[in-house]
Design a protein around this ligand. Structure first.
Ligand SMILES: Cc1cc2nc3c(=O)[nH]c(=O)nc-3n(C[C@H](O)[C@H](O)[C@H](O)COP(=O)(O)OP(=O)(O)OC[C@H]3O[C@@H](n4cnc5c(N)ncnc54)[C@H](O)[C@@H]3O)c2cc1C
Length: 286
């Protein structure tokens, strides 16, 4: 197995263009498990851990541009203010060791329907920055990035450079059901982001369909019927939960049944909207 170790972004893009079959490795918390269990035997590993351009985040053009290699620990410590949904989801990932090495870039690269960063990225309206040596930068909205179980819109010669996330303008929450409280892959998960300035609520469903996805009809319902100055109407809340549940298309597997997941998505949708709405009204009153 070849081991490629670029030290600049340009070298990394050149290596991927010259050897598109090489497998990028950032924190290695997915890749090394797959290699150790013989799930895959790459002809070449492309180690991105020495590429400084991937290691930082910045505010650029009104968006938070999070480098693909920024580990969860730093998102939790440094980005809880602008990206509360992503930070809350990051706190639920694995253990401290996994959060020290694992990255959002790796979560996106793996494109597992159960990845915890996906629902908050969808709810916030994030955009993935991908790049190839020969075709340059491509901006892919998160909603178009996920293409199937562990399949993404990335081309073989592309790498993820960063993810651009609008800073929160309202409350955001993430909720995850697991078989225990820590070190657990989501049975299913849900994220919500209020965008009061736009009169809109963003959603993200995790681990309850072949890909992470938004609950579009539920979002449309709230955009049409929410009164942003009033307490939540219980009938609207119930209908929101039902539409979120209806947007899920889960399977039965070892972690849970499809029926349980549909039910849990409805519960989490109602719960997270209630939490967020209470925060929203509290901020208005303050
Ligand atoms: C014990 C344990 C617990 C875990 N718990 C959770 C959990 O609770 N929630 C959760 O979501 N995940 C969990 N994971 C999975 C994993 O930690 C996450 O998916 C993490 O985000 C992967 O990041 P990484 O940097 O380690 O990725 P890597 O393993 O380095 O890479 C993951 C994938 O992304 C690709 N990739 C990496 N960087 C790039 C790039 N820049 N461009 C293109 N492709 C790229 C790789 O080729 C690979 O396919 C767990 C893993 C372990 C071992």
């Amino acid at each position: 197995m070849d081991f490629l170790r670029p030290t600049t972004w340009e070298e990394a893009l050149a290596a991927k263009a010259d050897q598109p079959e090489s497998v990028p490795i950032q924190g290695g918390t997915d890749v090394m498990v797959e290699i150790n269990f013989d799930v895959r035997r790459p002809v070449a590993l492309l180690d991105l851990s020495q590429v400084p351009e991937l290691r930082d985040w910045e505010m650029a053009g009104g968006l938070c541009r999070v480098g693909a290699g920024v580990p969860y620990t730093r998102i939790i410590d440094e980005l809880g203010g602008p990206l509360p949904g992503l930070a809350q989801a990051s706190r639920t990932v694995g253990s401290p060791q996994i959060r020290n090495r694992g990255s959002v870039g790796g979560n996106l690269g793996a494109a597992s329907p159960a990845g915890d960063s996906h629902p908050p990225l969808l709810a916030a309206g994030a955009v993935v920055e991908a790049e190839s040596r020969d075709r340059g930068v491509r901006m892919i909205p998160a909603a178009e990035f996920y293409r199937g179980v562990k399949r993404s819109a990335l081309e073989p010669d592309e790498l993820i450079r960063a993810v651009h996330v609008p800073p929160a303008t309202g409350p955001q929450y993430f909720s995850k059901v697991g078989t225990r409280n820590a070190m657990v892959i989501a049975v299913c998960s849900f994220a919500i982001a209020l965008h009061p300035g736009e009169g809109r609520v963003g959603t993200g469903i995790g681990s309850a369909a072949p890909t992470p996805r938004r609950a579009l009809e539920a979002e449309a319902l709230l955009a049409a019927e929410l009164d942003w100055t009033a307490p939540l109407d219980p009938t609207l809340l119930k209908r929101f939960g039902e539409l979120c549940a209806a947007a899920a298309a889960p399977i039965d597997d070892v972690r849970g049944t499809a029926g349980y997941r549909v039910h849990a998505i409805g519960v989490m949708a109602r719960r997270t909207l209630t939490w967020a709405w209470n925060d929203h009204l509290g901020r208005r009153a303050a």
